[in-house]
Design a binder for this molecule. Structure first.
Ligand code: NAD
Length: 489
């Protein structure tokens, strides 16, 4: 297995495959080209879907659940054996800091395989009897059958983690998969497919088509009639295009989309813990997490103290630098476009009268990072809820903070959003926190914590943050057809 990955091909039917078109991959930390990626045209996508379909009449189709669960565990073991190479590839693509990548993201990506093996094996199937009119009874059992070929379209922000979140349950249910990773993060998807194949996954069961989205590999894949279901993580606007594509042939679609996540800090909270947690929730992964906090409501009596505490925590938490240095905690934005987008939000917020409590602009870095896509983590105050930066997803390291007076006001303002992915509540009053959590319109509500994720929990968004739920048995529901077998006895 090559370690440098300076060229990144597709992976089809158990082997690397490439066409004639390539595009440059830019290192976000330096702004320099660090590789060439195959752009899959419709012909390569066709081959990938055909290979996936063929695999469904091969040995994979005859595997038992126990055998597939064992396969997932072998893949996890094999990924662990290659963890340094995978971490390096993820950093090469994204510029993420090594500490979080090595200690959190890639281990969690690997853990998805073990978790979905456990979840599928532990599931209890419905098994009950129905009395028959003429006497006797019929036994009903519910079994899961694979759907067929699953098309996965993935984003760049947590590349391998969000990809295995879908590939693992799809495989344990017995499907074949074609993945289109983001054009910004092609490397770890390729490594996953190579390593899983070496670990014994039959040829054609997991295929990777590289390339862009609209009018390119992503659109070819989602429009392909040989794809039986589509699962997507990314922007809400792209989700609309994918849903339209899925409507051809009435195919199931799962959408994990954008957010404009709120944190509510009550006056009875532990201010220091709330500030530390909120700083993490704003700036982890340079704010490029769908669960990132971008709106903060602070109860008026502690408003000033909370802001001071945020500034104090930010000073120690934000350490931009070489992504491969252990001390670095902040990486760059993924691309020049993403940086321009984030800075545009900053400029317009300032022009509208916002104050920047911290940051507010581009981040100047020393060589060799001076041409990378760095932005300052930023906290704004002073704007009303209908300001652009309080309504639209920035997907960068920033939030707007404003005061509130009572519980009802906080709930109404959190819910006055087109999105509903995740929220965080900080309060010392457990009853109040629970009461407010139940009134908030978001798929996940954290109380006195943030981004604590358990693969068994349902995950997804209200409103424009998504369609359907994945996680635990909800993933199994999406990636399988339920079948009732009713036998008269
Ligand atoms: P994006 O929508 O731009 O791209 C995601 C993927 O879709 C990429 O692989 C891209 O090539 C592909 N794509 C783009 N247009 C397409 C089309 N017309 N047809 C088929 N494929 C197409 O999103 P992104 O910039 O990669 O990711 C950031 C977004 O993802 C943010 O909005 C973030 O909130 C969201 N996100 C959501 C979750 C969640 O779980 N809800 C998780 C992570 C990221």
């Amino acid at each position: 297995m090559t370690s440098s990955l300076s060229t990144v091909p597709c992976f089809i039917d158990g082997r690397d495959e490439q066409g004639s078109t390539w595009f440059d991959k830019i290192d976000p930390a330096t702004g320099r080209v660090n590789g060439r990626v195959c752009e899959a045209g419709s012909e390569l996508v066709e081959r990938a879907v055909s290979a996936a379909r063929r695999s469904l009449s091969g040995p994979w189709a005859r595997t038992t659940l126990a055998e597939r669960a064992a396969m997932l565990r072998r893949i996890a073991d094999a990924l662990e054996a290659h963890i340094d190479e995978i971490v390096d590839a993820e950093i090469t693509d994204t510029g993420k800091p090594i500490t979080a990548t090595r200690n959190v993201e890639i281990p969690r990506a690997i853990a998805n395989f073990r978790a979905f093996a456990d979840i599928a094996l532990a599931e209890e199937k419905a098994d009950f009897y129905t009395p028959l009119a003429g006497g006797g009874r019929a036994r009903n059992i519910t079994v899961r059958a694979p759907i067929g070929v699953i098309g996965v379209v993935a984003p760049w922000n947590l590349p391998l983690l969000l990809l295995t979140w879908k590939v693992a349950p799809a495989l344990v249910c017995g499907n074949a998969v074609v993945v289109k990773p983001s054009e910004h993060s092609p490397r770890t998807a390729l490594l996953l497919a190579r390593i899983a194949t070496q670990a014994g996954l039959p040829e054609g069961v997991l295929n990777i088509v590289q390339g862009h989205g609209a009018n390119a590999a992503g659109a070819h894949l989602t429009a392909h009639p040989g794809v039986d279901a589509i699962t997507f993580t990314g922007e809400t606007r792209t989700g609309e295009a994918i849903m339209k594509a899925a409507s051809q042939g009435v195919r199931p679609v799962s959408l994990e989309l954008g957010g404009k996540n709120a944190a509510v800090i009550f006056a009875d909270s532990d201010i220091d813990a709330a500030a530390a947690g909120t700083v993490r929730s704003m700036f982890d992964n340079c704010g490029q997490v769908c669960l990132t906090t971008e709106r903060i409501l602070v109860q008026r009596p502690i408003y000033e103290r909370f802001l001071e505490s945020i500034v104090r925590h930010a000073e120690t938490a934000i350490r931009p630098g070489d992504p491969r240095a252990q001390s670095t905690t902040l990486g760059p934005a993924i691309s020049a476009e993403q940086r321009a987008k984030v800075l545009g939000f900053y400029d317009r917020a300032l022009a509208a009268g916002a104050s920047a409590v911290i940051g507010g602009g581009a981040l100047q870095m020393p060589k060799p990072f001076n041409d990378g896509f760095w932005v300052q983590p930023s906290v704004f105050t002073g704007l009303p809820d209908d300001a652009e930066i309080c309504r639209k997803e920035v997907f960068g390291p920033c939030a707007h903070v404003s005061p509130f007076d009572d519980e009802d006001e906080a709930v109404a303002r959190v819910n006055a959003s087109d999105y509903g992915l995740a929220s965080a509540l900080w309060s010392g009053d457990a009853d109040r926190a629970e009461r407010v959590a139940r009134r908030i319109q978001s798929g996940t509500v954290w109380i006195n914590c943030w981004r604590v994720r358990d693969e068994r929990a349902a995950f997804g968004g209200f409103k424009k943050s998504g369609l359907g739920r994945e996680g635990g048995e909800w993933s199994l529901d999406f990636y399988s057809e339920l079948k009732t077998i009713c036998r008269a006895e």
